[in-house]
Ligand binder design. Structure first.
Ligand code: GLC
Length: 734
């Protein structure tokens, strides 16, 4: 076993096994001189027993009874990973039942610890399958199997002091880079649907939002816009004059986000196919011919995104859309998803022929063969990528990087074509490192209450992996949704950075007006609440990015709390979300840690019923028309009047809702929302301090920064320990 070790940052040690493939996950690189060799035989590193197994390495970690295991980004199952097996191998599996071991992404970053033990974290930088048995076989043992002798493991732990979970995540982000910041409009509501058939239907949907007075910032275009599902084409009949169409939507405050899939249809005369073929930019089989995979357009070639030339080509192809007014893309099917290969389909035909001749062959064989067609593991061993050194490597060996490499190409396309501008980029498959330049959504969930809970857990786990801006399809993608579930999920959406309503073709429509009048009113109010909260959410999101601390996190991260709470979460520093997650419920139990909380039952952006609740476990009422959330004692929330879309008009009046028993502080943040200027300090802040002083409040406000704030007045609503309200206004003179 070839092994060496290097110290990186304050708390991280890198153990390098063999010669790992360079994944680009880590930004803090170590040169060869930075390593010290480790003499074999090695039995333990950092308390983990290391052993050879099945062509690779197995690491065993003992867990103490109170240890929590967090992380792993996008996975099925609980927030605390203990008691389940996971397989980090990106796959397009649309049915996320509890037994599933893998989904679309691979985020091999794990945090282990508790209030009683010294927490640590580790990141295994390896781009193919990693299997984890986290206390499934034996509750007190975690076993990690990496079927390779070539990988890096970064181990994060402090010596001589205890790291908090927050500090471990921060160290991981120092290692892998700061999270991606979308443009500010991405914090608005977004509408999507697989099956908007043409430009007219999209334009009508947009108009309806404005007529109904429901805020919305973006509309998505699913594969229906393409000519026969050929990527980078537009069906001219259904979408005539594309640039005028996007221009009109933009003038009404809607950004247009088309989908891009990787598979390039094999069709003579189709420019993208012909160019990719001529330049040799597709993945190849062992014999050097281009690999064929069936996806939506029928047979396609898969671009070889490992080649920088292919990524540049792909990024360049996006330009045509940018020139037509598109400001974001949605990248799909990039695990990569393969419905079947011609060879696998031929085997099905052969079996059918056999069955025709011999009816005694059990039909089950055909059923099994059909079930195994989609995303069969064998396909990924059959095609190859070209490496920098002119060699080749099978997809199987770097499988989890495919979506990330595709996304990198598009991100670079944006950076080249829109220098200095922020872009919107959402992708389905991901590996660590992608969080620096794109967002992910969590794929094809279902309209199930269980998947609403999964949304909450993934928000927290993905934030730990650096993907701060993320979310699930609100209402569930597959199957029909009830109005109640849609409403409750919208209420969760208020606190989901990506707030996108998306659904599958053939399912019940999800636009707010697709339900009864009462449901429509509630959804309108809910979306308005989201917009009202943007001055808070955006301030806290940008702070999280600057400070490298998760925007959304479990209570365990903020409070010295031993309780496992998986359906409540901190949303920035002042707010805790506690959505109603059960059908027919008109309330729920909440755990309120450490301090008192101001419970806000919000029917819309201004009609709130508030009460102060002491720490402990409580049942709170929350009828269907209200969104529940809590303001932490001695905390401040900044709000504004909702707009129809971000940027519709200047926000010059800030509303402050605060719960103050002693002192509270908040830093309101403002920038242009569209450029990278924030990275160079082009933003401004208003420091707000409130101190309770015998029935009155001392208020101090101080604006500073490289730009002038647009805020001219702040209206304060301050609640005391009895929820008694005190109001006042202050002017800012810039
Ligand atoms: C995949 C995507 C889904 C999209 C559909 C059609 O299932 O996950 O979001 O609507 O393909 O493009």
């Amino acid at each position: 076993m070839m092994l060496k070790k290097a110290q990186i940052l304050n708390f991280t040690k890198l153990y390098r096994f063999g010669q790992p493939f360079k994944t680009d996950a880590v930004v803090r690189l170590v040169d060869d001189g930075g390593f010290e060799p480790i003499e074999a035989p090695l039995i333990t590193i950092e308390g983990m027993a290391v052993a050879l197994c099945k062509g690779g390495i197995a690491m065993t970690i003992s867990l103490s009874p109170e240890d929590r295991v967090y992380g792993l980004g996008e996975t099925v199952g609980a927030l605390n990973k203990r008691g389940k097996k996971y397989r980090l191998y990106t796959t397009d599996d649309p049915v996320h039942t509890p037994d599933k071991e893998n989904l679309y992404g691979s985020h091999p970053f794990v945090l282990v610890g508790s209030a009683l033990t010294n927490p640590f974290g580790f990141f295994i930088d390896y781009p193919s399958e990693i299997c984890l048995d986290v206390g499934f076989t034996n509750h007190n043992v975690m076993e990690v199997v990496i079927p390779s002798m070539n990988f890096d493991i970064y181990f994060i732990r402090a010596e001589g002091r205890t790291l908090t979970f927050m500090e471990i995540v921060k160290e991981f982000l120092l290692l892998t880079g700061a999270p991606y910041c979308p443009p500010k409009w991405a914090f608005g509501y977004q509408q999507s649907r697989w099956s908007y058939p043409d430009a007219k239907s999209i334009a009508e949907t947009a108009t309806r939002f404005r007529e109904e007075g429901i805020p919305c910032d973006a509309i998505y275009m699913d594969i229906d816009y393409m000519d026969n599902f050929k990527v980078f084409t537009v069906d001219e009949e259904k979408f005539p004059d594309f640039a005028t169409f996007t221009g009109k939507l933009k003038s009404d405050g809607f950004r247009v986000i088309p989908i891009i899939d990787p598979g390039v249809k094999i069709e003579d005369g189709y420019g993208v196919y012909e160019e990719g073929r001529r330049r040799g930019l597709f993945c190849q089989t062992r014999d050097g011919s281009f690999f064929k995979a069936a996806v939506w357009p029928g047979l396609t070639h898969l671009p070889d995104f490992l080649m920088p030339e292919t990524r540049r080509w792909w990024g360049g192809l996006c330009k045509k859309f940018l020139d037509m007014g598109v400001e974001g893309f949605w990248l799909d099917m990039n695990e990569p998803s393969i419905f079947y290969t011609p060879e696998a389909m031929q085997e099905v035909f052969n079996l059918v022929d056999e069955i025709k001749k011999n009816p005694d062959i059990p039909k089950r064989r055909l059923q099994d063969m059909l079930n195994g067609l989609s995303n069969n593991r064998g396909y990924f061993r059959e095609f190859y990528h070209r490496t920098h050194s002119g060699g080749r490597i099978s997809n199987e060996e770097i499988h989890n990087l495919y979506g990330t490499l595709m996304t990198q190409g598009v991100a670079d396309g944006f950076i080249t074509n829109m220098p200095g501008q922020r872009y919107f980029l959402l992708t389905r498959s991901s590996y660590v490192g992608l969080h620096r330049y794109a967002a992910i959504w969590t794929g094809d969930n279902m309209s199930w209450w269980e998947h609403m809970i999964a949304h909450i857990r993934m928000l927290m786990s993905l934030n730990m992996a650096g993907v701060f801006y993320t979310g699930a399809d609100i209402g569930g993608f597959g199957s029909d949704v009830s109005p109640e579930l849609q409403i409750r999920w919208m209420q969760l959406g208020v606190f989901s950075p990506l707030f996108r309503n998306h659904s599958a073709m053939g399912t019940r429509r999800r636009e707010p007006w697709a339900f009864d009048g009462q449901a429509l009113d509630i959804m309108r109010d809910t979306i308005k609440l989201r917009y009202a909260l943007i001055p808070y959410a955006y301030s806290e999101f940008m702070r999280s990015v600057r400070e490298l601390s998760p925007f959304i996190r479990p209570l365990m991260f903020d409070f010295d709390c031993r309780f496992d709470v998986e359906d409540q979460f901190m949303y920035g520093g002042s707010v805790m979300a506690a959505p109603v997650i059960l059908p027919n419920a008109t309330g729920r139990y909440v755990l309120l840690p450490a301090v008192s909380w101001l419970y806000c039952r919000a029917s819309g952006h201004s009609a709130w019923t508030v009460s102060v609740i002491p720490p402990g476990v409580h049942y709170i009422d929350c009828p269907l028309d209200s969104t529940p959330f809590f303001i932490k004692e001695n905390s401040i929330l900044t709000l504004s009047e909702p707009v129809n879309y971000i940027g519709e008009r200047e926000i010059d009046v800030l509303r402050v809702a605060a719960f103050v028993t002693e002192t509270a502080s908040f830093t309101y943040y403002e920038d242009d929302g569209l450029t990278d200027g924030y990275k160079k300090g082009v933003y401004c802040t208003i420091q707000i301090d409130i101190a309770s002083a015998e029935g009155q409040y001392d208020i101090s406000i101080k604006a500073e920064g490289a730009m002038a704030t647009k805020i001219t007045r702040i209206d304060f609503e301050i609640y005391d320990r009895n929820a008694a309200l005190w109001r006042c206004s202050r002017h800012l003179y810039n």
